[in-house]
Structures are given as structure tokens and as C-alpha cells.
Design a protein around this ligand. Sequence first.
Ligand code: DAH
Length: 334
Amino acid sequence: MINAHTVSHVTDAATAQIAAAADAAELEQLRVRFLGKKGELTLLMKGLKDVEAEQRKELGAFLNEAKRSVEALLSERLSALTSHAQLARLEAEWIDVTLPVRGVPVAFEPGSLHPLSRVQRELEKIFISLGFEVVDGPEVESEYYNFEALNIPSTHPARDMQDTIWTAGGGLLRTQTSAIQVRALEQRTAPLRIVAPGRCFRYERMDATHEHTFYQMEGMMVDRHVTVGHLIYFMKTLLREIFGAEQKIRLRPGYFPFVEPGFELDIWFRGRWLELLPCGLVHPKVLEYGGIDPSEWQGFAFGLGLSRLVMSRYQIDDIRHLQGGDLRFLKQFA
Ligand code: DAH
């Protein structure tokens, strides 16, 4: 026959064991043992029917109270154990992300210039010696400088080939260093000679020769009586300096909205023609956008594919190496 004493006895046992439980699995076993279908408290509940009527009500209430308290203890202990387990895990898995990478003897090896930086600096020196100024422009550009002022209105099909990431404010990641042209004309006016190396971005299907991020070097010279002859002279001088000897070149017609006439300048490299230097005479409209009178001033411009030049110079077979950050690749240029 059950009475208050048996109920208290079971409740005390449950309380002590729940407090001592080490994990969630043990708690589950205790739940089954006390509250399961054949649990100790459940059986006591079932035994109520045999209790005398006067005592049944009081004992029933007492049993209900005991059951609720065991349930509460179980769930409290479970959340305590879980958060404790989480803290222990956080403590065990804590890492210091500011530490140097393990297994790479960073501290013992001097770094070296990336091949892109190396070639860029070399080119800058050459152009400085030719009277050019090295200028910089923003990578997040306005639609105006990247397209509009280069004679590429929003309806122009040339825009389709140069999709990029647009910012919420209507800016874009520049697709070409040509964006510097009208900026430089506005800031410096004619005559001018500038080069602008930098990163460009395009929506590309990536493969060995296409990257979403790549480097160009824009060049522009504006002066009186500038002709295609000047353009060829400067391009040949540049190539001679880079490759150390006179280079065989060819000019093909090429279409770019911001030059007229426009060319593709190819060099004969390791037994084949390599498309390296798109260029041309600055379109009168671009000069006008830059606030310069095209009847008085002319100019040439070129867009050197810096990534491509680096690849051919060092015989790199995949453009993705350049941005891959793989030390095994980079070390070869130390
Ligand atoms: N910005 C052009 C491109 O990325 C390349 C280019 C062509 C630049 C002709 C020039 C130029 O300055 O005259 O496709």
C-alpha cells in the first residue's frame, strides 16, 4: 500500500540521482526509470486506485507535485549539462586566428614581390623614363568614368561584354583601367602622359586564361599633332625594354568605342602571335568629355594586359595561379 512516505522516498532518490547525472544519456535513463510507462512514480500513480478514498485525493495531489518536480529537475539538469558541454567544447576548440600559419616557416623566409608587382614596377620605371606620370584611380568606379565618358552609352553592346558587380549606390567594380582616362584629363588637362596600373573586375566564366579579377595598365598621351606614328614608336620602345630586344609586331584593326582608329597590337612571341596591346588614337568625344578641344589636341591610348604579360614573361600556364595565394607558386619568384 502506498503512502506519503513511499512517495517521498522515490522523490528523494530521483532528486539525488538527477543531480549526480553526468550527461544527457544518463538523464534519459533516469527519466525512463522514474517517469516512463513502468517508471517508479508512474507505478505509484497506478497504485492510487487501491488507496482508501479519504486519503486518495491528498496523496494524489502529493504524487502529482512529486512528478512535476522530478520533471522540472530533469529539464534543468539537462540544460545545465548542455551549456556546460558547449562551454567545454568552446574552450577545447578555441583557436587564435591571429597566429601565423603552422607548418609554413613564415618567420624564417623573407617575402618576395608578387610577379605582378614586379612587372608593374618595371613598367612604371620605363614609362617614367619616357616622361609619363604614374596615376591611380578607384577600383569602385562610377558608371560615368567606366563607360559613359569612354563613349560607351548605356545602350551600347560593348557593355554586355563587360558585366561586373554593381554597388547599391550605382557604382561598379571597374572593368577596365581605361576608366582613368577622363579622370586624368579633367585633373591634369593637356598635354599629358600618364600610365595607370591596376586591378579590374569582370563577370567571366573562369578558366586558364580568364579570371574575374585581373590587372591592366592603361596608358595615355595627349599632345599636339599626335599620330599613329607616335603610338607605334612608344609601343615598340616599351616592348624593347620589357623583352630586352626589338620585337616583331603587327597592328590589326580593333574596335574600342573610345579610340579611332583602334588597333590590336600583337607581338611575335615563342613562335606565335600574342594579342597583348589594344590601343588607338583617343576618340575626339573622350577628349571632349575631359574638357579638351579635339581640334587642338590629339592623343593615343593603350590598355596593356598586365596579367597576360606576366603570364607570357614567366610562362605561367594558368591565370588563376596569380590570385591563388599558393606559396609553392609564389616562392618560385623569390
Ligand atoms: N580597356 C580595353 C579593354 O579592357 C582595352 C583598351 C583598348 C584600352 C584600347 C585602350 C585602348 O586604352 O586604346 O578591353
